[in-house]
Design a protein around this ligand. Structure first.
Ligand SMILES: Cc1cc2nc3c(=O)[nH]c(=O)nc-3n(C[C@H](O)[C@H](O)[C@H](O)COP(=O)(O)OP(=O)(O)OC[C@H]3O[C@@H](n4cnc5c(N)ncnc54)[C@H](O)[C@@H]3O)c2cc1C
Length: 404
């Protein structure tokens, strides 16, 4: 195919919009079809580790992303009850160590940056995909069917439609995500509502029996994002928009450190949802259709990599399509070959993290805390990895090397 490929992306979330940007920068004609009738995003924060920020650099939007984020000096891990510091990593070194900073952002701000960066992409709202015809990878293109009865044909279709992907279901049949036995609550507080003696400048994780709590600033430091995780089977609804009363959160963490019990009421709204992930897929592509982001590799948020992996996916997909515009089947195979091993490691690594974050036995916790403290002090992890969670392989990666 020597003409410009026409690419339909289903889903206008972080993964879909990043892929659109990467593809339009390579000259593709891109249409994004988003089910939501208007631009909206839940009021939640997101942590972008250096690998994700490097991917944005490769697309020329890292400065815009930095301008709306927050870069804390330290990443703290504290003990749930005493507040003792288990680990204190200097995050401000990440630029030098891993080639980019760690940033925390409001999701709506990030989507706004991506939308503003798009020049030629046609974003169509209120378009809910109900199925795809994968075409074949030699002669015939693919087609997307929508709930409003319309259809769009394309040289390539990308399913960036999240964990309950209609595109994936259409390609590979129905399956169910795995309930992880963990639920969480999230709140967002204006920084002036937070007592000034509580350290909110540093990204902080509190580790305790059966749970952990994370808080970090977003929107240049104006807001504090709080997410509290606990092992529980008592709630299995996955919706991100189920509002609940702050009393549920304060009751669950009543025995935790006073800073936390004082933080919760600073957010006027609380939401709760159950966490799901999926076993890694054997295949992502069929004919002229492929998957990207959570539709391909939904993972627990414990390594803060779900969005990061979706962002990297978009960069690699665009590079492979640009390399093989005349053989999109081969381009999709190359994309999957590059992305599947890394994203599988992130899915499985996030599951393993869940166990260690929520250890119930005091002895097991002590052993873990000593291990983290030793790593902080002396480094000495795998292959000289000095990060507390041994994630140098994630942070050090630069997707630009795959992009040629
Ligand atoms: C508690 C929690 C904390 C997290 N923290 C982090 C973090 O700190 N760092 C990080 O990197 N990741 C984090 N993640 C993961 C991250 O949010 C996701 O991995 C990321 O949003 C995936 O992006 P996506 O574009 O693939 O999917 P989504 O963000 O789910 O976007 C999918 C889009 O597709 C649309 N859509 C769905 N179905 C259809 C359809 N049929 N037709 C048309 N459109 C459709 C949706 O409306 C949505 O806009 C966290 C997740 C959770 C649950």
């Amino acid at each position: 195919m020597s003409r410009t490929p026409r690419i339909v992306i289903v889903g206008g979330g972080i993964g879909g919009l990043t892929a659109a940007l990467a593809l339009e920068r390579r000259g593709a004609e891109v249409i994004v079809c988003e089910q939501s009738p208007m631009h909206s995003e839940i009021g939640a924060g997101i942590n972008l580790t250096p690998n994700a920020v490097k991917a944005f650099r490769a697309l020329g939007v890292d400065r815009a992303v930095e301008a709306i984020g927050w870069a804390s000096e330290f990443q703290l891990i504290r003990s749930w009850k005493s507040g003792r510091y288990i680990s204190r990593i200097r995050r401000s070194d990440f630029r030098e160590k891993f080639g980019a900073p760690n940033l925390t952002l409001h999701r709506a701000d990030l989507l706004d940056v991506l939308r503003r960066a798009l020049q030629t992409t046609d974003i169509r709202l209120g378009k809910r995909c109900i199925g795809v015809d994968p075409g074949d990878d030699v002669k015939r293109g693919a087609a997307v069917q929508f709930a409003d009865g319309s259809a769009i044909e394309a040289d390539l279709v990308v399913g960036a439609d999240g964990i309950h992907s209609a595109v994936r279901k259409s390609l590979f049949g129905a399956d169910t995500p795995r309930f992880t036995g963990c639920i969480c609550w999230r709140g967002m507080a204006p920084i002036e509502a937070v007592p000034s003696d509580i350290n909110t400048e540093d990204g902080t994780m509190w580790m305790g029996p059966h749970g952990h709590v994370v808080h970090y600033r977003v929107r240049r430091g104006e807001l504090l994002n709080i997410v509290a995780h606990i092992d529980s089977d008592a709630w299995t609804e996955e919706s991100w928009t189920h509002e609940c009363d702050v009393s549920e959160v304060t009751a669950t963490y009543a025995r935790w450190h006073r800073d936390l019990t004082r933080l919760y009421p600073c957010s006027t709204r609380w939401y709760k949802w159950a966490l799901y992930d999926r076993d890694p897929l054997q295949r992502w592509s069929k004919g002229r259709v492929t998957l990207l982001g959570d539709s391909a590799h939904a993972m627990l948020p414990y390594l803060a990599q779900g969005a990061g992996m979706a962002i990297e996916d978009g960069c690699v997909l665009a590079a492979m399509v640009a390399r093989r515009p005349d053989d999109l089947g081969a381009a999709l195979s190359a994309y999957e070959r590059v992305r599947a091993p890394r994203t599988t490691m992130a899915v499985l690594g996030s599951r393993a993290r869940a166990k260690e974050n929520h250890l119930a036995s005091p002895w097991a916790r002590l052993k873990r805390d000593v291990k983290f403290a030793l790593r902080d002090r002396f480094g000495g992890g795998r292959r000289g990895d000095t990060t507390t969670f041994q994630v140098g392989w994630l942070y050090g990666y630069d997707v630009a090397k795959e992009m040629g």
